[in-house]
Write a protein that binds this ligand. Sequence first.
Ligand code: 5GP
Length: 333
Amino acid sequence: EQFLKALPKVELHAHLNGSLGIDSLRDLAERLNGSASDKFLELCFIRSEKDLDACFETFTFVHQLTSSPDGLRYATELAVRDFAHDNVQYVELRTTPKATANYSRREYLEIVIDAIIGARKKYPYIMVKLLPSINRAEPVDVAKETVSLALQLAQTHPDLILGIDLSGNPAKGRFSDFAPTLAKAREKGLKLVIHCAEINNPLEVKEMLEFGMSRCGHGSFLTMEEIKQLKERNVPVECCLTSNIKSGTVSSLKEHHLKRIMEAGAPKVICTDDSGVFDTTLTRELLLATETFGLTREDCIALTLEAVHHSFASDQERKKMVETVVNYAASLL
Ligand code: 5GP
C-alpha cells in the first residue's frame, strides 16, 4: 500500500462534488455554517451498497454545501487538496455547471476556474484540468449553454478546460438528443468523455460507440465485441471499482469488467469517480485492483503510464508526468 500511496498517480474520472472526503466535507460545513452535524455528513456518504438512484440522491446533499460561491470555491480547493494528499500528480476534474439563487452557470465555472488557479499555487505538485459536465437528466438547452460556456472559457483558459463530459443518471434523458451538442463541442476542439454502458442499454451503447469518444466512462455493460471495438480505436474504459460495486452496477470485484478488458488487452484507466461519496482514494482503487486481479508493482506503474497517455494534458505535461513516474520506479530499485 505504501508503494501505491507514494506512486505519482493520474486521475482521469473524478466528479468535483463527489470528490470531497469526510474531513473536507466537515471543514466545508464548519466554514459555511459554523458547525457540521454528523447526521448531515452521513447523508453525503454511501457506506454500503445502494442502487444507482440512491447514489444520485446523495449528491443533492453535497450540492447543498456548494450552492454558494464561497462553498463552491472552498470545495474545489478541498477536492484538489484531497487528491494532492493522495499523491495524485494530475487530475482532470469534471463538474456540472449549476445555476442557483447565488450564481449563474457562467459564474459557477468562473468560480471553479478561479479556485483551481488558486489551488495550483497552494498545491504545486498537482496539475489540475477541468471538464465541464452535461447532466443528461437536464434539458438539452442547458447542455447547449454548458458547451457554449466551455468553448468561451477555453479561449481564455486553454490549458485548463480540455473537454466535455456527459454524465448524470443514465436512466434519464436520451443520448441522441445530446449528440448534436456534443458534436459541436468536438468540432470546436474539445475532447469528449462519455458515461457509456453504465447500465444495460445496448441500443444507446451502439449509438454512443458509433458517435465516438475519447474515453469511455464505466463501460460496465460493454460486450466483448464492443471492448474489442474500443481497443481498435485506442479508447480506454475508465474503470471505477468501488463506485460500480457501491452503486450496484457490478455484482462483485471479481466480476468487474476490468478483468475482461485486461484479458482483451484493451486500454483502461483506473479512477475513483467520486472518492468522497464512495469513500475511497485512487491509492485504494489501485490496491483493490491489485488484490483482486493479482497485479504486480510493474503492472501498477504500467497502468499509471497508460493513464498519462490517455490524459488530455499537453505533450510537454505528459512528458513531465512520465519522467515523474519513471523516476519513482527507479528510486525503488
Ligand atoms: P458535480 O458535477 O456536481 O461536480 O458532481 C456530481 C454529479 O456528477 C452528479 O450529480 C452526477 O450528475 C454526476 N455523477 C457523479 N458520479 C456519477 C456516476 O457514477 N455516474 C454518472 N452517470 N454520473 C455521475
